[in-house]
Design a binder for this molecule. Structure first.
Ligand code: ADP
Ligand code: MG
Length: 688
């Protein structure tokens, strides 16, 4: 057990048996290391002991008193009160507990007690309603009273006392195993503490300012290790794999771009150059291309596919859903077929014979671009001749899958695309192993969508007018069918209601994910051809449906959606000549949800919205998916510690510049720490 140091299971610690170990596991604590890095939410300063005569009713205070008489039970209606008389040199009080009769037996006259709680006056005498207490022991410092005390986040079956005791024990017996990993000069530059001191102070600080400095120290250590793990991983990807050099990729991509009916935006130009360099470099590309809907990512993917085809290699574009894959297929065919690059669609719902035929073609014919869902492509395409894999909607596709793809596809170039602009801090933590290209601007001439927080009456009257003038629109609801308590506006009921009221006589249809693919396709087709004027739908339209004549978007229960998602939905309109409008219908009066909606109404800048979304909901919710390959950070917080993150990124670069493999003796502890991060499950599965 000793040899295992911080990896010792907590179960083997003094005072922690199987039951407590099981409870701690629910808090994510298995080993001593987990425990030491399980930091308090905050601290409470109980270091200031008051004399009893100073106590004021209503205040929270700590006292050191001596029990002077046996305690007794005071039965009042509905409560049992334990009262233990005690005093210090200045006055007399009662230590009081409600409904805990067993407290009675714990006290006897002469005992010295440290107690903290709330002061009350009861029948002209002073009561202290006790939260925590301890007996004064000569050989031991108090744990919960008379000092600054940690307040931990709790889970079922784990009390503050249990955590405080466990951490205290861990600090006493295991601190010596904590290895300093952050090099001293970096520690100094960043104003950090030595590790052991930081662990001690983060839990039981001698001063509140030290607690915060200790936390920063541990957060930095964590972020540094994470950034090193990322950089080592991408270094390894670059050096082990001989990439496929795509000759003259840049010329080919530019030649392709010059056939387009528009000029690339500045950021498209830059991204094109970056992608082309990767393709030519001889190492496999590992790049994220992000920018909001309509910023022109697909066009660049097509250009890259074209360049690979000219160099003799095929490409695959993978999308998370069949609807999206089909949409990409249509767009890429229009872009690439005139340039004589064949595009094929490969999705699960094709008949098996058709799939076989396409796979045969992919193997035997000239280089092509195949478009399909992640699952189908990964399963069915022979990767030998594949030069480029483009992965759309990256946040549904984790690091592990990317690695699996690599393992399978030799060293094809990988370009991942995200239509959710990703704040920089999140990028560095979630996608730290990728190079990045960012499309910040939308093509010129795109009209901003006028957005209002509105009422149903106003929104639907407006929609009716627009429809009468030949326009089309979407109504998005958070649910398909109503739930029991009727909190969510549902597609089916809304359709009914609109048919009978505002949209009487208007050709409309419903669209949601529980309909078959054929049904969905035919409805989208009818909408495109204007046989339908309004779609009442769920967020299935969020991606892929592109109808320029659609100019009104109404979102029911808008507060139910994430900011980035609302922005994405709004991106479904504003694609044509006519001005477009988005109505957000709040289903809740809460000030907080109003405030979120105002963010959307006030800006069309997807990056600003993404930052705000991250700030309001935190990284776990940011993508609207629980699992998206985000590494578990125990200490650091991507929102609050963004400066620290950037610093850690820089320092990681500096360290590897001097010691690329982290093999120098002085970096050995750091390498071990990084190993913990590299080995940790980096990712969850995609959420399809
Ligand atoms: P994304 O994939 O980022 O959503 P697309 O590549 O699908 O964006 O582009 C959206 C629309 O804008 C397409 O119709 C595309 O042809 C057009 N487009 C792309 N780049 C430009 C540009 N530089 N100027 C004008 N239109 C563009
Ligand atoms: Mg697109």
């Amino acid at each position: 057990m000793r040899g295992e140091g911080l990896d010792t299971p907590v179960q083997f610690m003094k005072g922690i048996g199987p039951t407590r170990a099981e409870a701690l596991r629910r808090a994510g604590v298995r080993t001593v290391r987990d425990l030491l890095y399980y930091l308090p939410r905050r601290h409470e300063d109980r270091s200031n002991l008051k004399q009893v005569w100073q106590l004021q009713p209503g205040e929270r205070a700590c006292v050191k008193v001596t029990v002077c008489e046996p305690g007794y039970l005071d039965r009042r209606p509905r409560v049992t009160v334990v009262k233990v008389p005690a005093l210090d040199d200045t006055a007399y009080l009662f230590l009081v507990w409600f409904n805990q009769p067993y407290m009675l037996d714990r006290f006897s006259p002469g005992q010295e007690v440290l107690a903290t709680g709330t002061v009350r006056r009861y029948r002209s005498l002073i009561d202290l309603q006790v939260d925590d207490y301890e007996f004064v022991q000569e050989d031991q410092a108090p744990l919960q009273v008379g000092r600054i005390v940690p307040i931990y986040p709790l889970v079922e079956g784990v009390s503050q006392l249990l955590l405080r005791k466990a951490v205290d024990t861990a600090l006493a017996s295991f601190l010596e195993y904590a290895e300093e990993a952050v090099p001293a000069e970096i520690r100094e530059r960043q104003g950090l503490m030595p590790l052991r001191e930081a662990l001690q102070q983060a839990h039981f600080p001698t001063d509140l300012s030290l607690a915060s400095k200790a936390r920063t120290t541990l957060a930095f250590e964590e972020l540094l290790a994470l950034q090193l793990a990322f950089r080592l991983r991408s270094q390894a990807a670059r050096s082990t794999g001989q990439g496929i050099p795509m000759a003259e990729a840049e010329q080919h991509m530019r030649a392709f771009a010059s056939t387009l009916p528009f000029r690339l935006t500045g950021s498209q130009e830059q991204a094109l150059t970056e992608i082309a360099r990767d393709l030519q470099s001889g190492s496999p590309m590992n790049r994220l291309l992000h920018g909001e809907v309509g910023s022109g990512k697909t066009v660049l993917a097509a250009a890259a596919g074209y360049a690979c085809a000219q160099a003799g290699y095929g490409s695959a574009l993978m999308a998370p859903t069949e609807v999206l894959a089909t949409q990409h297929y249509r767009v890429l065919s229009e872009l690439l077929e005139p340039a004589r690059v064949a595009v094929r669609l490969l999705i699960g719902s094709l008949p098996p014979t058709e799939k076989r035929r396409i796979r045969g073609r992919l193997r035997h014919e000239r280089p092509q671009v195949v478009v399909g869902t992640h699952a189908v492509i990964q399963e069915q395409v022979t990767f030998g001749r594949l030069g480029l894999a483009v992965i759309d909607e990256q946040h549904r596709f984790g690091v592990a899958q990317r690695a699996a793809l690599r393992a399978k596809g030799a060293n094809c170039h990988v370009l991942v695309m995200s239509a959710t602009p990703i704040p920089r801090t999140l990028m560095l933590t979630a996608y730290g192993d990728l190079e990045t290209s960012t499309l910040r601007e939308l093509p010129a001439g795109r009209k901003p969508v006028e957005t209002r927080i509105s009422t149903r009456a106003d929104a639907y009257s407006f929609l009716r007018e627009q429809v009468a003038a030949g326009g089309q629109g979407y109504v998005v609801c958070p649910a398909i069918e109503g739930d029991e308590n009727g909190e969510l506006t549902a597609v089916l009921e809304t359709e009914e209601r609109l048919r009978r009221s505002y949209l009487e006589g208007v050709p409309l249809a419903i669209l949601h994910g529980r309909m078959s693919r054929e049904e969905q396709d035919s409805i989208v087709q009818n909408f495109r051809s204007r046989d339908l004027q309004v779609l009442v739908c769920t967020t299935v339209i969020e991606v892929g449906v592109d109808v320029p004549n659609a100019r009104v978007m109404i979102i029911e229960n808008a507060e139910r959606f994430g900011l980035s998602q609302l922005h994405q939905l709004r991106g479904r309109v504003g694609r044509g000549e006519e001005p477009s409008f988005c109505f957000l219908l709040p289903g809740s009066r809460k000030a907080e949800s109003r405030q979120r909606l105002r963010v959307i109404a006030s800006t069309n800048d997807g990056f600003r919205i993404a930052e705000e979304d991250l700030r309001l909901r935190g990284p776990g919710e940011f993508f609207g998916l629980r699992q998206h390959g985000f590494p578990d950070l125990r200490v650091a917080d991507v929102v609050k510690d963004s400066d620290l993150l950037v610093a850690a990124r820089e320092q990681a670069g500096a360290i590897l510049a001097r010691d690329p493999q982290l093999s120098r003796p002085e970096h050995r502890p750091l390498a071990r720490l990084v190993g913990l991060y590299a080995a940790a499950k980096p990712v969850a599965e995609g959420a399809d």
